[in-house]
Design a protein around this ligand. Sequence first.
Ligand code: UT7
Length: 328
Amino acid sequence: MGIRKTKIAGTGSYVPEKILTNADLEKMVETSDEWISTRTGIKERRIAAKEEAASDLAYYASKEALQTVGIKPEDLDMIIVATITPDMVFPATACILQQRLGAREVPAFDLEAACSGFLYGISIASQFIGTGLYNNILVVAAETLSKIIDWEDRNTCVIFADGAGAAVLQPSNDNSRIISIYLGADGGGADLVGVPAGGSRMPASFETVRNKQHYMKMKGNELFKRAVRIMVEAVNISLEKGDLDYEDVDFFIPHQANIRIIQAVTKRINLNMDKVYVNLNKCGNMSAASIAVALDQAVKEGKVKRGDKVVLTSFGGGLTWGSIVLEW
Ligand code: UT7
């Protein structure tokens, strides 16, 4: 990992107050708690308030991460925000966050890798720390997916949710470190999930609004099949790069898209479900924020302990994927 070892020095997270249950959704679309629970594993999810944007969620998660690590916003050397639901197309949510935190005029930018955004962000940050250029980098994954969901589309509205998770990366002088990184992407699957309008391909117009083309469209079933295969492959490659086997894994934090995907992947890598973090029952699918929030919760709950070998694995829109092995 470059010249210096890099570690995640601390984390933080924030989920909005408002809870939306499966029972609430039954009143909104043709669905049932039974269908959502058995097909996805989700029971409830958090939804941002009308006035709450991605940078607001990012701010609370970041404050907590900085506090955990014991550094101040002015100590930060770089800010990366992973999101597919930025406050606006531009300027970057990371710049808005920089200002709100009171950080110095350090580089701040957004990163769009959908559900893999947090892992892509950690990977980028670890390079800058590895080379010695920077010492404190804030990586935040913040999503307000509720704002790009068609609340009349049962294919998507029962799944996605809002939340933010943050991590501070620093050089490491002990065993706590990022051991290996594997990232990938396949634009051949770009049509499987995304928001068609509002970019340069299909600029906003009355027609795009009328046709609901600013909302997320997803071919869930096709994604499902690829998710399992690709996540297993990603875990394997990252372990191989770290010269580790399945038996070495103390804890697994996969992207939280569907409990059936998590179970299928876990089975194929010979792990017991008690070594796997699941928060989608309470948090739904928060895209980039899912793994970030899960890591913070797992640490707070004592499920990830110092010395543990932890694997973080993602898969999502793009398509993008990644797997990071670290020692906590
Ligand atoms: O975050 C990263 C990217 N996303 C993913 O990785 C998502 C991966 N995909 C999935 O998690 C699953 O494919 C879903 C949960 C999205 C869907 O589950 P599925 O088992 O693949 O269902 P399906 O799309 O094949 O639909 C099965 C049936 C359909 O009815 P018919 O055509 O068989 O009559 C759907 O219309 O279930 C119906 N259905 C629903 N029924 C009740 C779809 N959504 C709902 C719903 N409530 N909310």
